[in-house]
Write a protein that binds this ligand. Structure first.
Ligand SMILES: [Zn+2]
Length: 531
């Protein structure tokens, strides 16, 4: 990225921020927007395919379309004949899909014996929102995206407003316990709250500048957003460091707020929600009236039990960073992870796929983005999740707005999850199969990472090392592992920061666990990942 495009991007962001903060969404506007989007799903899909794929010569989807012998006119005809989901199924059959590893640029796309190398940024939405609506395709549409895109937040606001209204927390005092940049979730939810007319009162952050070393541009971006927001009259809170071991601070705040106002809302991750609930119980705090909303990792039965014990109301969210929010908790749920699929913004089909390294086949979720503000363009992209899509009448407000599909039993089939951080396998595999054996001896067969839950429901990662390997000091292995994560990627470094704080990682001296059919998976899930 050149300095000039950086400057252009930031000046656009600052100008945009002013307009963004001036406009607060109303409930009536939210209803109108959702209704229109649900009616125009097919039009929105075709617009994105026409401009973002067929109108963009570098699109990574073009070679797949070519292999499938599919032109724009064919897509239009298919949508007319089969509808949107029928078209996506037909495209999937014809090889038009992208796996999560391919989407992340970690594996080339291989279809029909042909190989197409891809990088993760190839899937960036090439044009800014306005371009998709312009009558002629000038050059003004292209532009560098910021890591926090205001148009994208604005597009997520309508269904969140309807959901919060349904949960009766639209005006409840709001706080978040989410990270600082480069973890975009904190800033994202701060600005979203502003859009909904409920500026968060507190921004607690589990990671601080000591845990990670944010690049100067990240520190500046946080500073600018807060300072400009205040200049424009919006009292955006500064991030307050609250480590994972200090959840009692948040439990106290929640208890006080709920007592004074009758309700309060905190945006969290699943593990951080559990930490707040355990802290409240330890301190004897009453959390009646407190709602915790969050996601980022599967709310497993053990975690949900721990959260429920404290008396808070738990509402799950299902988010894919590159596409936005995918599912919002039902207020008449049948279990702790019963979500309404946001089909105004996305299309979803299921297709059987084999899980590498196992004998298991799952009905993998394939997502397609419909809104031009999506940071990345998805066309049948696997999220590495599978689960159940069901049409059930629940009678909650979200259903009445047209969100009739429920997502349930969502499981990730290749991700490791701990303390709200997802980390895809391949980065881990490099560490397990190359870095550790080269330093401590042995082969890839002597190392394995096992995910399990402790008695509280917290995710623990055990680094299994064969007793054959001679290791004097186990902390050295942990240190090397964490350092390798630091160097691996921004998301791995964020994971490292939280895992070190939470003591998520430990060494277990035993032989790695093999599957019944004699395979060794570098990553082993101790709890059953089935339904
Ligand atoms: Zn519902």
């Amino acid at each position: 990225m050149t300095i000039l495009s950086d400057l252009k991007m930031y000046s656009r962001f600052i100008w945009g921020l002013r307009g963004f903060l001036k406009h607060t969404l109303t409930l009536e506007e939210a209803k109108t927007i959702i209704k229109k989007r649900l009616e125009e799903r097919e039009t929105n899909f075709l617009r994105l395919v026409r401009r973002g794929i067929f109108g963009y010569p570098k699109s990574p989807y073009l070679p797949l379309m070519k292999l499938a012998q599919c032109e724009m006119g064919d897509v239009e005809n298919m949508v007319r004949a089969k509808g949107l989901e029928g078209t996506l199924h037909a495209l999937r059959e014809a090889g038009v899909y992208v796996t999560f590893e391919e989407f992340k640029g970690r594996e080339p796309i291989v279809r029909s014996g042909k190989l197409f190398p891809v990088k993760d940024h190839d899937f960036d939405n090439p044009y800014l929102s306005a371009y998709y609506y312009a009558k002629t395709g000038g050059t003004t549409g292209a532009g560098t995206r910021v890591m926090v895109d205001l148009d994208h937040i604005a597009d997520n606001a309508p269904y969140l407003m309807l959901a919060y209204d349904g949960y009766k927390v639209l005006d409840a005092p709001l706080a978040l316990w989410r990270g600082i940049l480069p973890d975009t979730s904190g800033v994202w939810h701060i600005l979203l709250g502003c859009r909904l007319g409920n500026v968060p009162k507190k921004w607690f952050t589990p990671i601080t500048n000591q845990d990670i070393k944010p690049a100067l541009k990240n520190r500046l971006a946080t500073y600018y957003i807060i300072t400009l927001g205040r200049l424009f009259g919006v009292p955006i809170p500064s991030p307050e460091p609250v480590g994972l071991g200090q959840a009692a601070i948040i439990a106290q705040w929640a208890s006080q707020m709920s007592k004074a106002h009758g309700a309060c809302l905190i945006r969290v991750g699943v593990s951080t929600a559990l930490r707040i609930c355990i802290a409240a119980q330890e301190q004897g705090l009453d959390l009646t009236g407190v709602t915790l909303i969050g996601g980022g990792e599967p709310p497993t039965p053990a975690k949900l039990k721990g959260i429920a014990r404290s008396g808070v109301r738990w509402i799950p969210h299902y988010t894919i960073t590159e596409a936005g929010i995918v599912g919002l908790g039902c207020s008449q749920p049948v279990d702790g992870n019963d979500l309404h699929f946001l089909k105004d913004a996305l299309a979803l089909i299921q297709y059987p796929r084999h899980v590498p390294g196992t004998e298991i086949t799952v009905d993998a979720f394939h997502f397609t983005t419909l809104l031009p503000t999506s940071p990345k363009l998805f066309l049948n992209v696997e999220s590495d999740d599978y689960g159940v899509i069901e049409n059930r009448s629940c009678g909650c407000p979200l259903e009445s707005y047209g969100f009739t599909e429920h997502l349930r039993h969502i499981r990730s089939f290749r991700k490791l999850t701990g303390e709200g951080v997802t980390l895809i396998g391949s980065e881990m595999i490099h560490i397990l199969e190359e870095i550790l054996p080269s330093h401590f001896g042995g082969s890839p067969l002597d190392y394995q990472l096992m995910e399990e839950e402790d008695d509280h429901g917290f995710t623990k990662l055990s680094l299994i090392i064969s007793p054959k390997i001679n290791i004097k000091d186990e902390t050295e292995v942990i240190e090397m592992f964490l350092n390798a994560l630091r160097r691996s990627s921004t998301s791995a470094d964020l994971a490292r920061a939280l895992w070190s704080q939470a003591g998520t990682l430990r060494v277990k001296r035993m032989e790695p666990i093999w599957t019944a059919r004699g395979k060794l998976n570098p990553l082993y899930l101790a709890r059953p990942s089935g339904h």
